[in-house]
Design a protein around this ligand. Structure first.
Ligand code: ATR
Length: 283
């Protein structure tokens, strides 16, 4: 694969289909300005019917140093890479591509972003020592399970409405992971220091998550990966019951920060100004 001449303006962007609703341009352009990096972050629609590798090669030719990847291309991107990070290999999915010296490196920063979001939002890291309950068995759940396993959580409980999908994830994980029934979610929350909702329940237009929180451990962290709305019914109830509630913007911002660092060599800060910009944009 050819790459562009040195000294040309750097480009980055997000590849998806569609990409019009992505908040990633806001995040990355904020950090570029803050760190005085002369680069752009563009929306790059790539039709699933097109040759994905050829699209990436054209981007590299055009001065791209990297890109994020979103729905529906994360698995296609994985297959199109020359090399992959360990996290990407574990997930079989790529959310960050680094285009360097004519080669494509695929990474996945979703899990890292999730843990960083918990660390930023929960002053007391007690959740690491307690069981965790994860709801849902899609791509986001897989990244979160891998991150929790890597963070050393010894008892990870997974439930999904369609139990077979949760069972299908289990072989990729070690003994820490156990699969339970969706109907048993309240019982399985017993003594958990962390509850993660990766299902679409609670999203705008979807019903709320029907689940009592009374069995969670004192001081437990409750997090929703959804950020439309920002304050889901689950998070509002968690806050009202004295738990630590962390919304989906944390994971969004921290996975982006990790991508930015891979392209530009600077780890940008996730700060209150950035969060406020996102909140305003969502409104
Ligand atoms: P992702 O975007 O993380 O890849 P997805 O494949 O869109 O996730 O799946 C959304 C999740 O929400 C799934 O776990 C789904 O459960 P199923 O596997 O049974 O479909 C879950 N989900 C969606 N609607 C739900 C509902 N009404 N009750 C319970 N779970 C629901």
């Amino acid at each position: 694969m050819a790459s562009q001449a040195k000294g040309a303006p750097q480009k980055s962007g997000i590849i998806g289909w569609p990409v019009s609703h992505s908040r990633s341009p806001l995040l990355h352009t904020y950090w570029m300005q803050k760190h005085n990096i002369q680069a752009s972050y563009e929306r790059c629609p790539v039709n699933p019917a097109d040759d994905f590798r050829a699209a990436l090669e054209a981007m590299a030719q055009d001065g791209f140093v990297g890109a994020n990847v979103t729905i529906p291309h994360k698995e296609t991107a994985f297959a199109a890479m020359d090399s992959r990070t360990e996290a990407a290999q574990k997930l079989g999915a790529v959310n960050t591509i680094v285009m360097r010296e004519g080669r494509l490196l695929g990474a996945n920063t979703d899990g890292e972003g999730f843990i960083a979001s918990l660390e930023a939002g929960a002053a007391d890291p007690d959740w690491r020592q307690k069981p965790a309950l994860v709801l849902g068995a899609g791509g986001a759940a897989r990244a979160i399970l891998a991150a929790l396993e890597q963070a050393g959580v010894g008892d990870i409980r997974l439930v999904n409405r369609t139990r077979a999908r949760a069972e299908a994830l289990a072989p990729s994980f070690g003994q820490a992971l156990s699969v339970g029934d969706w109907q048993a979610r309240e019982d399985l929350a017993k003594d958990c220091g962390l509850l993660v909702n990766t299902t679409s329940l609670g999203m705008q237009g979807a019903p709320a998550l029907d689940m009592g929180l009374q069995n969670l451990a004192d001081g437990a962290v409750v997090t929703d990966i959804v950020y439309t709305p920002l304050e889901t019914d689950l998070l509002a109830r968690a806050r009202a019951s004295g738990f630590v509630a962390i919304d989906g913007l944390g994971m969004l911002m921290h996975q982006a920060a990790a991508s930015f660092e891979m392209w530009f060599g600077v780890r940008p800060q996730v700060d209150a100004v950035l969060r406020a910009l996102l909140v305003e944009d969502l409104a």
